[in-house]
Structure formats: C-alpha cells, structure tokens
Design a protein around this ligand. Sequence first.
Ligand code: CO
Length: 202
Amino acid sequence: MKLEVLKFPDPRLREKSVDVTDFSELKKLSEDMFETMYAENGIGLAAPQVGELIRMLVIDCRPRENKDRYDIEGMSELEKKITQPLVIINPKILRSEGKTTFEEGCLSVPTFFDTVERARWIELEYFDVTGKKCRLETDGLLAIVIQHEMDHLEGTLFIDHLSLIKSNKIKNQIKKHGYPQKDKQGEQEEDLVPAGGGGRGL
Ligand code: CO
C-alpha cells in the first residue's frame, strides 16, 4: 500500500524517532515504505516521513534503468559488496572518515535541491527487518543516503545543513507559497532548482 509522504513544514518531521524494540510487526511497514519510495522515484525513505516515529529506513540507491541521474559516478567497490534494497533499523554510525558533497533532495521537501556535506565513508551497525544485528561499511551514494535518512530519525532535514540564508529562503518560500505545481516547476526561482528540475528523492 502506498503511503502518504509528509512534507515540510509538517511538525511530525521534526520529532525524534524511537528505537524499534518489537521486530514482529515491521514486514508490512517495510513493504509499504518500499512501494511508496519507488512510486515517488526515491532512493531512500525514513519511517518518520510516513508518520511512523520509529528508527527504521528503507534504501535502494542502485542505478536503475532509465534513471541514470542516480548513477552519478557509478557504484563504488564498497557499495557493490552490499545487497540492496536495504531495511536498516536502529542504525548507529560506529566510525566515519573524510568529507564529500552531493546535491541532495528529499521526498519531504519536493522540488528543492542543494549541496550538502557528509562523511565520505561510514561504518554502520544496525538491525535488519528480522531483528538480526548487522554491520556494513560503505562510501559513495549509499553512505550519503544512509546519513540523510538517519537525519530524519532526529527530526533533521537536508535544508537544515545549508547556510542560514539559503535555509531560511527555502523554508520561507515553502511556508509562504507551498510547493510548486508539477507543471509550474520551471517558473521557480532558478537558484533553488537544478537544471531540468531533476529528482533525487532521499
Ligand atoms: Co529525506
């Protein structure tokens, strides 16, 4: 079942999500989250984005047919070793190294994109959907998506990482005018939207 994705400034996106303690009821939610993410052309989705304030993410940022915009630099060797799609529960970053930047978007802040700095490499501990404890290390787009989705668990959005001026400009524009209609995206202020108004929904 496709779920409704909450959009900024919905206050539920600002809540801190709680740890999952009961793994017995998560299968249906994870399936619904994947269905929602794929329908919206997203590459990651956090449970609080669909109003479930639990520490759970779904991710599939593999290159997809006819979606070469997700395959910015190809998959890294570390990314290739990890089986996707991924359900990640109660994630904890054990170690991180380096810095990287990427032009991020978010299904909860549609039509807006901007460059965000993240750690380049992370080592992550998490539980899978069956409650099994897992560990992975990755860089590339997968590391970026994991960090973006983990922010949602703290009530943080990618626009919070921008300069105060840029961040306030986007927030005020959305609060004042809402989101642009799909057929009117071209009329938006140019510096807020990349050429072609592409889409990297995280
Ligand atoms: Co997001």
